[in-house]
Design a protein around this ligand. Structure first.
Ligand SMILES: C[S@@+](CC[C@H](N)C(=O)[O-])C[C@H]1O[C@@H](n2cnc3c(N)ncnc32)[C@H](O)[C@@H]1O
Length: 339
């Protein structure tokens, strides 16, 4: 074991080179994922309790208890995980209700205001109960990005019932595929899941949904699930509630979560833009021109009255309401569009 610190807490975690080699799972790369969750659970008003459904070392559960101050319940089927998580809770001076149980058995009889679903790979095996038993705020991580973004189309079809193939907005498609699946899972039980904050980072997708019971709510969100050409179904609506994302940004800023601040700044910048980002280099090759300065090109589009912003999905991605033709014209102008 080794000691690590995250947020205001210190943890004992397995001392291994790769997360999957430890007796209990701990992935330091997911620190920003947990930092943002601290921001989200603090920003969302009125939560009375929180469940960390797949807790592993207890790192998120303990952080939510200590840094947000919510009453926390946590579950894992692995005895070693629950034992370590209990020690981590004790060492940080927080009380958490721990359960060593299969997550679906555990959830079958329990309801929570906020629930965090952070599995190995796909969230599918846990989603049906998670959507039914979360009253306000549901968080879902998926690390099976390859099927979702169309690298493995047959897996996407089998697992998510969605046709997928690699498109220019690769990870936006993957995230919208996941969000669309979650929204359809909720709708089956008359639960409306409204995306509040969704993102891609470090080879995982993450989506926070506001959850509300009612056929009308379910219908409203389901109307925003549809096809992208011959692909899908995927989520076609907004991936972000900008006001909520701004509040989360304030929270993570206040707590000095530097990586989370950078990601959320970019998301707030692109939140008002249309769906489906474009790739700058692909746009240049479509226009048959050498790439000008990326920022200058975006400024040029803005000067013409278009929406134009970088996207968090890709270093070379941008979001705009300008047509391909207008983008081509902006790229061809001397000075890279800003002249
Ligand atoms: C990716 S880890 C969770 C990581 C954790 N949330 C964190 O931030 O470090 C997934 C955990 O789910 C647990 N798990 C997998 N299948 C389960 C099931 N059916 N019921 C309960 N726990 C399960 C594993 O034992 C593992 O600890």
């Amino acid at each position: 074991m080794k000691e690590v610190s995250e947020g205001k807490c210190r943890f004992h975690v397995p001392d291994v080179a790769k997360p999957e080699e430890g007796e209990v799972f701990y992935n330091p790369v997911m620190e920003m994922n947990r930092d943002i969750s601290i921001g989200v659970y603090s920003a969302y008003a009125g939560l009375r309790n929180f469940c960390d459904l797949l807790t592993a070392s207890g790192i998120r559960a303990v952080r939510v208890a200590k840094e947000v101050g919510l009453p926390v319940t946590a579950c894992d089927r692995a005895a070693e995980a629950v034992e370590l998580a209990k020690k981590n809770a004790e060492a940080n001076g927080v009380e958490i209700d721990f359960f060593k149980q299969d997550a679906n058995e555990f959830l079958a009889r329990r309801f929570f205001d906020a629930l965090d679903l952070d599995p190995f790979g796909t969230p599918v095996p846990f989603l049906d109960l998670a959507v039914q038993n979360t009253r306000r705020l549901l968080a879902v991580t998926a690390t099976d990005t390859a099927p979702l973004c169309g690298v493995y189309p047959r897996v996407s079809w089998r697992r998510y019932g969605s046709r997928a193939t690699k498109v220019e907005a690769l990870h936006e498609f993957g995230l919208r595929n996941l969000v669309g699946y979650c929204v359809r899972a909720g709708a089956r039980y008359d639960v409306g899941l409204r995306p509040l904050l969704c993102y891609y980072s470090d080879h995982y997708y993450r989506a926070y949904f506001e959850s509300g019971k009612g056929a009308g709510r379910a219908d409203t969100v389901l109307e925003q699930v549809g096809h992208y050409g011959k692909l899908g179904p995927v989520w076609l609506g907004k991936l972000w509630d900008k006001g909520f994302c701004e509040t989360v940004l304030e929270e993570v800023r206040r707590r000095d979560f530097a990586r989370a601040v950078k990601l959320l700044e970019r998301i707030v910048g692109e939140a008002d833009g249309p769906a489906w980002y474009r790739d700058f280099h692909k746009a240049c090759s479509r226009a048959g021109t050498n790439p000008p300065k990326f920022e200058k090109f975006l400024e040029g589009l803005k000067k013409e009255g278009f929406f134009a912003a970088r996207t968090h999905f890709s270093l070379t991605g941008f979001r705009t309401d300008a047509s391909d033709e207008k983008i081509g014209e902006a790229l061809m102008r001397p000075g890279g569009g800003d002249s």
